[in-house]
Design a protein around this ligand. Structure first.
Ligand code: SAM
Ligand code: F3S
Length: 474
């Protein structure tokens, strides 16, 4: 069905989007907003009260995130009663898994879409408005599409729009690993990679608009296998080599990766591609081989350590972050100690750790789990204490060093400061001119705080280069 064009938009308010979960969801929410801006002229607003369309992009990785959806929908239905022509949409992984339950339990919801059908949102909203206006339809129900039409999503999303010097580019979707605890393969479908030329075209467009840093995104981004125009398959290493040649792209990140996809050619990138940051997010979940096997991670702790050792041989300053799960069914105190030992040995920077949450439909949900929640909480406390200590020590160790940062914006702390990020993703606030936004500068770190660093400018190599060019032109 053709959707309404911007000139005959049925809305006079704005668009409000609430996002739960991972960076993939943040990326998808940005795409939804730009799609609805282009279709209906809807601008983003800061509160649902100002909005005609409200969307919730949901996450079902853990139970808590899922519970939030139904409590939030309860509030939204009261809000809709005040202005019934508003449209409520629910997308993301909860919609994918529980779409029909939402349809039954939350009649105020008009549109239900999954992570792979968000590009169909305008057509679905048009259909919801048609159903609403059709008096012959007595029992009105939400329009729902939670299918997995594979690559179609990538083909139908709007061109990238830049609002900064760093951009995320989604290169693959879904996961085919089926870890026994995880819902992602069921909610987002199996791994599907975007064609190589499409990804390159998007990055070139971003570079032309002033983007300097690209963060390649995927649920298992290092499982990227994009088809090239000659029919050959490009893996993540090939993509990284190709994108570093794009003028203006001087920093490359990728997240989130799977240990079994750290191929030798990807490891070699740490020697061959200076634009690739010395920071790696590589989840291991647990240090115990027994638990790794029960999780069906298909590798052992020693293989993970060997990967890290190889990368650190090429980049001794590699900052490593990870994801950890404590209290997996059957995890003993000795298993947990192995996790602590692994963390001690590898030294992690700003990582994520969670208590295992049983997810309906996953194999682990049926595993016997005799450990008390109190013990699991205690384990999480110990692990987080160690992870926080390591993070703080890394921050402290950066004081006195010179770091190259990409200046992204004005600082939130002071009118005279600008803010940028180091390779290991720390925010640094520094006194400096807004003209430096979009440039790489060298700063000496002077202070370390919990969530940021403070520094002083040592060199502005790109500004100098620019001035020199002007000087020669005179
Ligand atoms: N690709 C990544 C990898 O190699 O593990 C994982 C992506 S997953 C969506 C993000 C993180 O959520 C996982 O690394 C895991 O720590 C956490 N997670 C997933 N399912 C979970 C569950 N049932 N309970 C607790 N944490 C979970
Ligand atoms: Fe989930 Fe394991 Fe894939 S954690 S996203 S099934 S690698």
């Amino acid at each position: 069905m053709a959707h309404a064009s911007q000139t005959d938009t049925p809305f006079d308010g704005g668009l409000y989007v609430i996002t739960y979960g991972c960076q993939m969801n943040e990326y998808d929410s940005d795409k939804m907003a730009s799609l609805l801006q282009k279709t209906y002229g809807l601008e983003l607003v800061d509160s649902p009260d100002e909005a005609d369309v409200v969307l919730m992009n949901t996450c079902s990785v853990r139970e808590k995130a899922q519970e939030k959806v139904f409590s939030e929908l309860g509030r939204w239905s009261k809000w809709k009663a005040k202005k019934p022509n508003r449209v409520i949409g629910v997308g993301g992984c909860v919609a994918s898994q529980e779409g029909n339950v939402i349809r039954q339990r939350a009649p105020s919801v008009d549109v239900i879409f999954g992570p792979q059908t968000l590009h169909r949102l305008p057509a679905m909203i048009d259909e919801a408005l048609r159903v609403r206006g059709d008096d012959s339809i007595k029992k009105k129900k939400a329009v729902i599409d939670i299918t997995f039409p594979e690559i179609e999503k990538f083909d139908n999303l709007p061109e990238p729009e830049v609002n900064g010097v760093s951009a995320m580019v989604s290169v693959m979707e879904g996961c085919s690993k089926y870890c026994t605890f995880c819902v992602v393969p069921y909610t987002r479908g199996e791994e599907v990679s975007r064609p190589f030329a499409d990804v390159m075209r998007e990055i070139e467009t971003l570079a032309q608009q002033g983007v300097r840093e690209i963060n390649l995104l995927g649920q298992n981004v290092n499982a990227y296998r994009g088809e090239m125009e000659d029919g050959e398959i490009a893996d993540l290493a090939v993509l990284i080599h190709a994108m570093r040649e794009i003028d203006g792209i001087d920093r490359i990140r990728y997240t989130t990766s799977h240990p079994n996809e750290m191929t030798q050619s990807l490891i070699d990138c740490y020697a061959e591609v200076p634009e690739l940051v010395s920071h790696l997010h590589l989840p291991i979940q647990t240090g115990s081989d027994r638990v790794l096997a029960m999780m069906k991670r298909n590798h052992m702790a020693i293989e993970y350590k060997s990967t890290i050792r190889k990368i650190r041989a090429l980049r001794p300053n590699l900052s490593l972050s990870g994801d950890f799960i404590v209290g997996f069914p059957g995890e003993t105190c000795d298993d947990f100690k192995e996790t602590l030992a692994l963390v001690e040995e590898l030294n992690y920077d700003r990582s994520f750790s969670f208590i295992y949450s049983a997810r309906p439909g996953t194999p682990a949900a049926a595993f016997p789990d005799e450990e008390t929640m109190e013990k699991k909480k205690r384990r999480l406390y110990h692990l987080q204490e160690l992870l926080n200590k390591q993070t703080a020590e890394i921050s402290e160790s950066m004081v006195g060093t010179t770091q190259r940062i990409l200046v992204e914006r004005l600082s939130r702390n002071s009118f005279t400061e600008i803010a940028g990020r180091t390779e290991n993703n720390r925010v640094v606030n520094v006194e400096g001119s807004p003209d430096l936004i979009g440039q790489f500068i060298d700063v000496k770190i002077t202070e370390a705080y919990t969530n940021s660093l403070k520094g002083e400018i040592v060199a502005t190599p790109e500004a100098d280069k620019y001035e020199t060019q002007q000087f020669h032109a005179l």
